[in-house]
Design a protein around this ligand. Structure first.
Ligand code: DQA
Length: 144
């Protein structure tokens, strides 16, 4: 089983960026831990601050991998092109957010991506990513 975590704009600054909202852990440290906790699956990681790069990555992996865990950052609330990319590929995507976007500014309440996604996990800190990974692992077990 092969899945990828894709992070969008400003998520390269985790650990430094607004720690009261996003915490003190860098994604690199979190990702190392996550991989060591789940050695039986291949978990890849990609981050970009650029919408087109995110679309290219979804297109590149979306016909081969078993799942995409996507935190598109602010592009969640603006990008129909990303929504179309998610709809265009074969593998399912789970939308994740570190913060509870529904408890924040109103402009964060709208996701253009959610309707193209299998599900959405928000507000559980970095655990949001692991729960999405767990979902794909459970799906993999059911198919065996
Ligand atoms: C975020 C929430 C978005 O509204 C924000 O623009 C982000 C991070 C989250 O993980 O909580 O960059 O996706």
């Amino acid at each position: 089983m092969q899945i990828i975590i894709i992070n969008g704009p400003n998520l390269n600054l985790l650990g430094k960026r607004e720690p009261s909202i996003y915490g003190n852990t860098t994604f690199e440290d979190y990702f190392k831990d996550l991989k060591s906790k789940h050695p039986i699956i291949r978990i890849h990681y990609y981050q970009s601050n650029h919408e087109g790069d995110l679309i290219d990555k979804i297109q590149e992996v979306g016909f081969d991998y078993d799942g995409i865990v996507l935190n598109a950052g602010a592009l969640t609330h603006t990008s129909i092109a990303l929504k179309d990319a998610i709809s265009s590929v074969k593998c399912p995507t789970i939308e994740v957010h570190i913060s509870n976007v529904y408890a924040r500014e109103e402009y964060r309440h709208k996701s253009h991506l959610a309707e193209a996604c299998k599900g959405l996990i928000a507000g559980l800190g970095l655990d949001s990513y692991e729960l999405a990974v767990q979902y794909f692992m459970n799906q993999g077990k059911k198919m065996r």
